[in-house]
Write a protein that binds this ligand. Structure first.
Ligand code: NDP
Length: 278
């Protein structure tokens, strides 16, 4: 029997999720229908779409911009949340559990799984994240669970980085136990093993103010699909670099596993989908 899935967003026409999940379905020999679902940008419409989809027998939904926080609130009041979704304050994966809507967040673990698949060491690593928005919020707990030694969060607006650390420490004892440093992006200096760009600057054409004394072995940009000055800078400095296309594939793989109970071969899917850039 065909299993039904959707990705809910606004805009949604650009989404690669149907293609990614069809690739996983072919790998696992599961018959799926995965569609893009446009939704007006308000909570009532989002809830109506979700309820209609699951009442109609839908198995699972992905949630993308601008609905991840609305999905979180809906699951918090009407159903349940995974630990990663609760701490992230955002949901990217919906399913039905014990008769109620359940929200998970696979973005941060998707990043961690991609970094591990690249062979980049996380255990004991000195890590810096640039950015303090939703994407940064979602990766902190999975990174700490992966065993990093230290974490610095740098952001253009310092107060947002400080607020993020306060909120995350209140939400999770695992995070509270890790002393997280904060600074402005321009003040980020010294030696790191891994620096992650979690800003949306790649959309603007601006470049980050990167101090000359900032060095790293590995640089990761969550953006993908375009030339990224952040990665070009650290390539010139001799670091290994990656864009965020593998994060996209890995978060999708985790959603697929939550829905179907079937693990997928992520590396093969990445080749099939012909990563546009690394
Ligand atoms: P938010 O809007 O929540 O946060 C944006 C962040 O970028 C803030 O920290 C903001 O700083 C910073 N920023 C924006 N413009 C500039 C600028 N000109 N100079 C310096 N800093 C800037 O975005 P998200 O956290 O949701 O997303 C961040 C990125 O992560 C996006 O590019 C998104 O595409 C990507 N992403 C990739 C995923 C993947 O699967 N590969 C999954 C999820 C996200 P300030 O606080 O000062 O405004």
């Amino acid at each position: 029997m065909t299993q039904h899935f959707i990705v809910i967003g606004n805009p949604i026409n650009h989404s690669k999720s149907p293609k990614i999940h069809q690739t996983f379905a072919a790998q696992t020999d599961i018959d799926i229908r995965y569609q893009r679902q446009y939704c007006p940008d308000n909570e009532a419409s989002f809830v109506a779409v979700v309820e209609a989809f699951f009442y109609g027998g839908g198995v699972g939904a992905n949630v993308t911009v601008p609905f991840k926080q609305i999905a979180f609130s809906h699951c918090q009041t009407q159903g349940g949340l995974s630990e990663h979704a609760r701490v992230a304050g955002a949901v990217n994966t919906l399913l039905i559990k014990d008769g109620a809507v359940y929200g998970d967040n696979t973005d941060g673990q998707g990043l961690v799984n991609h970094i591990i698949s690249l062979g980049w060491p996380l255990d004991g690593a000195r890590v810096a994240i640039i950015g303090a928005g939703g994407a940064a919020r979602g990766v902190v707990l999975p990174l700490i669970e992966a065993g990093i030694a230290s974490l610095t969060i740098a952001n253009r607006t310092l107060s947002k980085a400080q607020t993020l650390v306060t909120e995350l420490s209140a939400a999770s004892q695992t995070i509270e136990r890790q002393a997280i440093a904060t600074c402005t992006t321009a003040e980020l200096t010294g030696e790191f093993d891994l620096i992650i760009n979690a800003t949306s600057i790649g959309l603007t054409g601006d470049t980050l103010p990167i101090a000359d004394s900032l060095n790293t072995h590995y640089a990761y940009d969550m953006m993908y699909g375009r030339a990224l000055p952040f990665l070009q800078h650290f390539t010139r400095r001799g670091a290994q670099v990656s864009d965020g296309y593998g994060m996209l594939i890995n978060q999708a793989a985790l959603s697929f596993e939550r829905w179907t109970g079937r693990a997928v071969e992520v590396a093969a899917a990445t080749i099939d989908l012909q990563s546009p850039l690394t």
